[in-house]
Design a protein around this ligand. Structure first.
Ligand SMILES: NC(=O)c1ccc[n+]([C@@H]2O[C@H](COP(=O)([O-])OP(=O)(O)OC[C@H]3O[C@@H](n4cnc5c(N)ncnc54)[C@H](OP(=O)(O)O)[C@@H]3O)[C@@H](O)[C@H]2O)c1
Length: 339
């Protein structure tokens, strides 16, 4: 089979090589999937830049999510049959013609669901569901701030918050994305290149604190978001996008310091909390929750509550362009690469 290997950290044009390799064999709990398409996630860009600690060493096959057909089932797998169309969390190995996934993080999807929409439901929608429903316990009419709101996870969070009639503030970095967020129903889209999100939230809310902040940026943004919370509010820190602005250790330490330092009494006296989410850790410790999130997002999509937006569809020969597009910060929704 063919697979796209990450062979060099750095720019997308130098990073990948398509190589021939053996089709992998599923373990008893795994399924082998003939891949129709795989999704890109921002973590892939971080891994390509050598900034993702959990990524395998080079030469590595990246890829967290795929859509395709079951080609073979491990001996203990009873829920799938050869030929089933599925989405799956692959935890690397997704940029290939065949990929392995644990049966419990795979789900059947309808034949007519386009590949980009299907694959969006894996990492990005599952992350958004885990954040908003299982950790933040988002309530009707909550006042919510979503950073990187036009991206993959951001789009999913916006749709989930809309389904709960939340009042949504969403940040992004361009006029095009502002228009996208308006169309998605974000009442207060904020172009952070032109406006200070703290000022906008304070002005619009006239003193009312936020109920939930979703933050994949990290550093200073978390510190600022925490200060915007009202009683009962919670901030979810689930990414470190701002880390990719710096290549040296001092810059990274600076970003870590900018998160701020917290004492539990601050949480107690202000009645607000901070929650960290790392889906790989959840998958290790509590895979049932990932499986549940996957089932729920598929169900909500079939009910018309969720509708993934595919912002870029590329062929495998355009993997470099697909990576460059995600890295450029211009992309909206999900990016899929098809074989
Ligand atoms: N913790 C977890 O388990 C988990 C799981 C999935 C994803 N994530 C995190 O969630 C975030 C979103 O992931 P995604 O795959 O859906 O990507 P994405 O949102 O589609 O793309 C990243 C977007 O982040 C925004 N951004 C803001 N500041 C940035 C910065 N300093 N550098 C780069 N981008 C910046 C950019 O849009 P604007 O500039 O227009 O805002 C960019 O388009 C990432 O941080 C990712 O690591 C975490």
């Amino acid at each position: 089979m063919k697979a796209a290997y990450l062979v060099r950290y750095g720019t997308a044009s130098q990073a990948f090589e398509i190589r021939e390799t053996e089709i992998p064999t599923p373990s008893p709990s795994q399924i082998l999937i003939q891949v129709e398409g795989f999704g890109l996630n921002f973590a892939d860009v971080m891994a390509r830049l050598g900034l993702y600690k959990g990524a395998p060493p080079n030469p590595a096959i990246l890829g967290y999510d795929v859509v395709g057909r079951v080609a073979k089932c491990g001996t203990d797998v009873v829920d799938f049959e050869q030929g089933d169309r599925v989405i799956a969390l692959t935890r690397f190995g997704g940029y290939a013609e065949y990929a392995l996934a644990e049966g419990f993080v795979s789900q059947r999807v309808p034949e007519d669901l386009p590949p980009g929409e299907a694959v969006a439901l894996s990492t990005q929608y599952c992350t958004a569901y885990f954040l908003s429903h299982l950790m933040a316990n988002l309530q009707q009419k909550d006042r919510v701030l979503i950073h990187a709101a036009a991206g993959g996870v951001g789009t999913a969070l916006v749709q989930m918050a809309k389904a709960k009639n939340c009042i949504i503030f969403g940040t992004c970095g361009s006029a095009e994305k502002i228009a996208y967020l308006e169309q998605a129903g974000v009442q207060h889209p904020i172009n952070y290149r032109k406006e200070d999100f703290v000022e906008v939230v304070r002005k619009v809310s006239s003193g009312h604190g936020l109920d939930v902040v979703f933050d994949p940026i990290g550093g200073k943004s978390v510190k600022q978001g925490f200060k915007l919370l009202g009683a009962g509010g919670r901030i979810l820190s689930y990414g470190l996008s701002s880390m990719n602005q710096t290549s040296n250790i001092f810059g990274k330490l600076k970003v870590l310091g900018q998160f701020g330092f917290y004492h539990p009494v601050q949480f107690l006296s202000g009645s607000r909390g901070m929650i960290g989410v790392n889906m790989l850790k959840v998958a290790d410790d509590n895979p049932r929750k990932i499986a549940y999130a996957m089932q729920k997002v598929i169900e909500m999509t079939s009910q018309g509550i969720l509708k993934p937006f595919v912002g870029g569809e590329f062929s495998i020969n355009q993997l470099v362009e697909a990576h460059e597009y995600l890295e450029s910060r211009k992309s909206m929704g999900k990016i899929v690469v098809k074989w």
